[in-house]
Design a protein around this ligand. Structure first.
Ligand SMILES: [Zn+2]
Length: 193
């Protein structure tokens, strides 16, 4: 029991440790070599009481806010993910709405979650295709709900199992070969006896 400087020894009442340890020893079989470990762990547990488990939760962004927006991509401050847009990423990966994300990182409400080049590309495309009527396509004020819905739709379609026509024919032929060969070979008793 050499003094551990990280423990809060002044505040901790050693009698408390003694009390707990002795009552434990009374009810449990404890080898002599285990007693010191027991005392240590009880002492430490008591010393940690009342202390916050995580001293402080300071959010450290993966990159600085200034460096999170580039012409061609944006960077997720949570994990450093790079993409043309973070809208789907923050919902699916971090469960954050746009507002949550902005609040979390104390970002301005006009902080772009989509790379400027991508936004330009999208709006150009929209104009070319004559989709200018849909205001939600513009990306200026996307609602969090809209983002979530599109994310859901996306993950659903991705989750769909892909069809594999080759395995069907393969397993069929394997079954056929098995069914034909093995039972008949086993059932038939040898005639020569
Ligand atoms: Zn992320």
């Amino acid at each position: 029991m050499n003094g551990d400087s990280t423990m809060n020894n002044e505040v901790l009442d050693p009698h408390l440790t003694t009390k707990i340890v002795s009552s434990y020893v009374r009810h449990h079989m404890v080898g002599a070599d285990q007693v010191s470990d027991l005392i240590t762990s009880v002492h430490r547990a008591l010393g940690q009481l009342g202390q916050p488990v995580e001293p402080r939760e300071v959010l450290t962004p993966a990159v600085s806010v200034r460096r999170s927006v580039h012409h061609d991509y944006v960077v997720c401050l949570d994990c450093g993910y790079r993409g043309k847009t973070l809208r789907r990423h923050i919902t699916t990966r971090h469960g954050l709405s746009r507002d949550d994300y902005l609040k979390r990182w104390k970002l301005k409400s006009d902080h772009p979650l989509t790379a400027p080049s991508y936004t330009e590309q999208r709006s150009m495309l929209a104009k070319e295709l004559g989709l200018g009527r849909k205001p939600s396509m513009r990306g200026a004020t996307p609602s969090a709900a809209g983002a979530a819905v599109s994310a859901n739709a996306d993950s659903k379609s991705r989750a769909k199992p892909t069809r594999r026509p080759s395995t069907r024919s393969a397993s069929k032929s394997a079954d056929g070969a098995d069914g034909a060969a093995s039972p008949s070979a086993r059932k038939r008793p040898p005639r020569s006896r």
